[in-house]
Design a protein around this ligand. Structure first.
Ligand code: PMP
Length: 288
């Protein structure tokens, strides 16, 4: 496997970063998870835009232009002969001393991994997921905005551990007010009376690229859709529920906290959204 590391393409065995890198010491950095489908990098420009916003929010100067990042991502795929897979683009604060001070870090570290992805098992796309609500709350937007896709995932990891303890593959995280924020690595949607509803970023949701695609599909297909404050009750009593993420794509949820959602089977709106999503991923984005 060939890795892009700070302007060079190196073998994975040589792709090493310093123990003084603040990405490692403090989770000080930002990243993107991106998909390539049949040689098409889905919505690469949107991913790079979100990366720029994340970097701006943590006052990290982008070491490359958007065009340079795009070329590096494409070239990493080409060098790995990767037409279908998952791309991880990471920018850390770089090497500093043992204090927090980001201004003592000379230059950001950049690396790109183009690899395969392990999805949820296929039967869950067919039959739907059973998920739970976990006790760990999503960190407040006033403490660390969940809109920043930062290298700090401990909040989500704690929730992921609790999901596993409860025998679930994914879990709902509530915000400090008790409203649904998002899942540990996916955005959440319910379908209620023909309308698609999803939590806003001020409720603690990442502005997912897949989430944005669902808004576009809803508009194109004339399905009413809006952001809304959701309680667990709204999910328990919804007609349908599904999750989205770059890794997960669009996956139905049929049970939350032991309550069957709707008919207990993936619903028609979810199926329609998934069908259009599958078409879009092949055409929208950047060909390598
Ligand atoms: N929320 C969180 C916490 C995530 O880590 C992710 C990315 N896996 C998402 C939502 C979904 O975002 P995207 O569609 O951009 O992958």
């Amino acid at each position: 496997m060939i890795i892009y590391l700070d302007g060079k393409y190196v073998d994975s065995a040589d792709a090493k970063v310093s123990v003084f890198d603040h990405g490692l010491l403090y989770g000080d950095g930002v990243f993107e998870g991106i998909r390539i489908y049949a040689g098409n990098i889905f919505r690469l420009d949107e991913h790079l835009e979100r990366l720029e916003m994340s970097a701006r929010a943590i006052m990290l100067d982008m070491p490359l232009t958007r065009a340079e990042f795009a070329e590096a991502v494409c070239e990493t795929c080409r060098r790995n002969d990767l037409n279908d897979g998952y791309i991880r683009l990471v920018i850390t604060r770089g090497i500093g001393d043992l204090g927090l001070a980001p201004w003592l870090c000379d230059k950001p570290t950049v690396f790109i991994i183009a690899s395969k992805i392990s999805l949820y098992p296929e039967e869950h796309y067919r039959d739907g997921l059973s998920i739970v609500t976990v006790p760990t709350r999503r960190i407040s937007p006033d403490a660390l905005p969940p809109t920043i896709k930062s290298l700090n995932y401990l909040n989500n990891i704690l929730a992921k551990i609790e999901a596993r303890q409860a025998g679930a593959l994914e879990a709902i995280m509530l915000n400090a007010q008790g409203y649904v924020a998002e899942c540990t690595a996916d955005n959440i949607f319910v379908v209620s009376k023909g309308e698609i509803l999803t939590p806003s970023s001020s409720a603690g949701a990442l502005k997912g690229i897949t989430r944005g695609t669902i808004f576009d599909i809803a508009k194109e297909q004339n399905i009413p859709m809006r952001e809304a404050d959701l309680m667990r009750y709204d999910v328990w009593c919804a007609d349908e529920c599904f999750l989205t993420g770059t890794g997960a794509e669009v996956i139905p949820v049929v049970k939350l906290d032991g309550r069957v959602i709707g008919t207990g089977k993936p619903g028609p709106v979810t199926a329609k959204v998934l069908e259009h999503f599958r078409r879009k991923v092949l055409v929208e984005g950047t060909r390598i």
